[in-house]
Write a protein that binds this ligand. Structure first.
Ligand SMILES: NC(=O)c1ccc[n+]([C@@H]2O[C@H](COP(=O)([O-])OP(=O)(O)OC[C@H]3O[C@@H](n4cnc5c(N)ncnc54)[C@H](OP(=O)(O)O)[C@@H]3O)[C@@H](O)[C@H]2O)c1
Length: 231
């Protein structure tokens, strides 16, 4: 399908992979709605997206805020594609990891993603035009990574949510893709990540997300594992 006149919601659009996806969606002529928590980062993203042109709005929305997520999505006149991208990660050994860190990661990567997925699905089913939800998981959804147990647990959970909700929505025309990339050159683990030569370029990878969104509504990419060639 062409993305012209399609509305795409991208969570975590203020930087990193989410911003790259928002840029690629705008270039593909979609109307983009982007969310993030940090107004200053969204202001910087605004300038980046203005340089591309097209139709977009950026809003401060924390995906863990269930009622705000529900209110914002219910107010949308249409929603064709959700990119459920907002996420956090930490890297440290098990013995140094407080339980609260697991809670924090699950809160954003699982509960936040669940809030957005449920409300986006509710609107898509109500509008009756089908839709596509792409959950940005990770290769950590399908393997373990030392020093990242809470993050891996959260991405395994997101894969499980996607697999289950896909079955439930099968007859509504709403499709779900769990997108599982390996390392992307962003600062998710701190400064310097954007310069990692072994990680994938976010803009190159964002093109794959757009390609999935452009597929026919009769095709569902259920799980998409994509890894850098450099490791
Ligand atoms: N980088 C990698 O190597 C890699 C690999 C595989 C998968 N991923 C996944 O890709 C996604 C994007 O990661 P990234 O590397 O682009 O990270 P990033 O550069 O740190 O960006 C994360 C984005 O999520 C937003 N965010 C975080 N918590 C949020 C919340 N509660 N509500 C709304 N927005 C929130 C951040 O904005 P605010 O902080 O302003 O809210 C930011 O826009 C994540 O789901 C991550 O797990 C990343």
């Amino acid at each position: 399908m062409s993305l012209t006149n399609k509305t795409v919601l991208v969570t975590g659009a203020s930087r990193g992979f989410g911003l790259a996806i928002a840029k690629a969606m705008l270039t593909a002529e979609a109307t983009v709605i982007g969310w993030g928590r940090d107004a200053k980062a969204l202001g910087d993203a605004q300038q980046t997206l203005e340089a591309i042109g097209g139709s977009f709005t950026l809003d401060v929305v924390d995906v863990t805020d269930e009622s705000v997520v529900a209110e914002r999505i219910a107010a949308l006149p249409r929603l064709d594609v959700l990119i459920n991208n907002a996420g956090i990660a930490r890297c440290r050994p098990l013995f140094d990891t407080p339980t609260q860190e697991l809670r924090n990661i699950l809160d954003v990567n699982v509960i936040g993603a669940f809030n957005v997925m449920r409300e986006a699905a509710r609107l898509m089913v109500k509008l009756g035009a089908g839709g596509l939800m792409i959950n940005i998981a990770s290769d950590a959804a399908v393997r373990g990574i030392g020093n990242m147990a809470p993050y891996c647990a959260s991405k395994h959970a997101l894969l499980g949510l996607g697999r289950s909700v896909a079955q439930e929505l099968r007859n509504t025309g709403v499709r779900i893709t769990t997108f599982c990339p390996g390392g992307i050159a962003t600062n998710i683990l701190g400064p310097g990540g954007e310069d990692n030569p072994h990680a994938m370029d976010p803009d190159e990878l964002a093109a794959s997300v757009v390609q999935i969104a452009e597929l026919s509504a009769r095709i569902e990419v259920q799980e998409f594992l994509v890894l850098p060639m450099s490791v």
